[in-house]
Write a protein that binds this ligand. Structure first.
Ligand SMILES: O=C(O)CCC(=O)C(=O)O
Ligand SMILES: [Fe+2]
Length: 365
């Protein structure tokens, strides 16, 4: 990769490089790293006081991240709030009038917040039609159970400016409180997972702590319309209705809650799509591109897509965890050695995500 003139250029170059990486990944390669299933990791022992219990969970995370890049977590402690969050997603799409949705349309936000109708954005530059609809929001200190540290910055590094576009509460009572309850618990779960990720990388358990005091964490409610001609994955064709095109996520890791309808599929390097259908009480975790770069490519950011395989509406709620957006990082020291020197220049957390998001909406890049 050519050296760039400024840090901004490095972020932009990294965003463009990710698009090329995606195209390359869609071509089947070695079978050495192929997989056919997604590990399930019980997080319960990670809440015990003994370090060895936490290390045993961290070891499983390390293995999953080095191979599949995806795993399910159970025993995470957020079980009772998950159905409420999915019900909130359903309420957003079915109870809010179109006029109110249009008032908070994403086109009014320079940070890609608010309501996103079907076919508005596409995660790669070769899929044009995506049938998903979404509502996007990001971190604000009021949603953080810690209250934040007062230092949150937006994606471009500017001071916190309350840029979320919330729906009208007269039409959707208690929506904000519902979001706050789920998002707040997930922020804390993500911080807990960051401790396990640290252990998994042979780092001090609190390695990421000072970098997650005002973390970027974009979340979305997604609706995939019912499929009028649902087919199983084994009968998939080019014409299948694409809810969300093939892509990798941008941040450190994603926590994805899905309802009971299968649709998420992940790509094994040998070209096979594997269903990441919901498991009881499970939340999907996947490594995203920023963490892949930060770990010098040791942790895999795996391509995935969504095709609703059912004749029912499918809802999902991903939360994309970054670190503090003003943090600029170099490759993690434990992932660099004489034989494996750093492959990636430093990038800034927020700016990188903004550049990636800009590539998904025509005319914003
Ligand atoms: O809806 C899903 O199951 C996955 C969503 C996803 O991959 C994304 O929004 O990045
Ligand atoms: Fe994704």
């Amino acid at each position: 990769m050519p050296a760039s003139a400024s840090p901004l250029d490095d972020n932009r170059a990294a965003a463009l490089e990710a698009q090329a990486y995606l195209k390359a990944r869609l071509q089947p390669t070695s079978t050495k790293t192929s997989f056919r299933s997604i590990p399930i990791i019980d997080l319960s022992p990670s809440f015990y006081t003994s370090l060895s219990d936490r290390q045993s969970v961290a070891k499983q995370i390390n293995e999953a991240c080095m191979t599949v890049g995806f795993f399910y977590i159970t025993g995470h402690g957020v079980e009772s709030t998950c159905p409420k969050a999915l019900a909130l997603a359903e309420r957003f799409f079915s109870e809010l009038s179109q006029e109110s949705k249009d008032k908070i349309h994403m086109k009014h936000s320079k940070y890609f917040r608010g309501y996103e109708p079907a076919s508005y954005s596409s995660v790669n530059d070769f899929t044009t039609k995506e049938t998903k609809e979404a509502f996007n929001w990001g971190y604000e200190a009021g949603l953080d159970p810690t209250g934040g540290d007062g230092k949150y910055v937006e994606l471009d590094g500017s001071p916190a400016a309350n840029v979320n576009l919330w729906p009208d509460e007269t039409e959707l009572p208690e929506f904000y409180e519902g979001v706050k309850s789920y998002y707040g618990q997930m922020l804390q779960l993500a911080r807990h997972l960051f401790r396990l990720f640290a252990l998994s990388l042979a780092l001090r358990e609190d390695y990421f702590e000072s970098m997650t005091t005002h973390p970027g964490a974009i979340a979305r409610l997604i609706k995939y319309r019912a499929n009028t001609n649902p087919k199983p994955l084994s009968e998939t064709t080019e014409d299948d209705e694409l809810g969300l095109g093939a892509h990798t996520d941008y941040e450190c890791f994603t926590l994805l809650l899905q309802d009971s309808n299968p649709g998420l599929e992940i790509l094994s390097p040998d070209g096979h799509w594997i269903s990441a259908a919901p498991v009881d009480g499970g939340i999907v975790v996947n490594v995203a591109d920023f963490l892949m770069r930060w770990t010098n490519g040791i942790y895999k950011s795996t391509v995935h897509r969504v095709i609703n395989r059912t004749d029912k509406v499918r809802y999902s709620i991903p939360i994309f965890f970054s670190i503090n957006y003003d943090e600029k990082v170099e490759t993690i020291p434990s992932c660099v050695s004489e034989d494996n020197p750093s492959k990636f220049p430093p990038i800034t957390a927020g700016r990188y995500v903004l550049d990636r998001l800009s590539l998904t909406v025509p005319g914003t890049y």
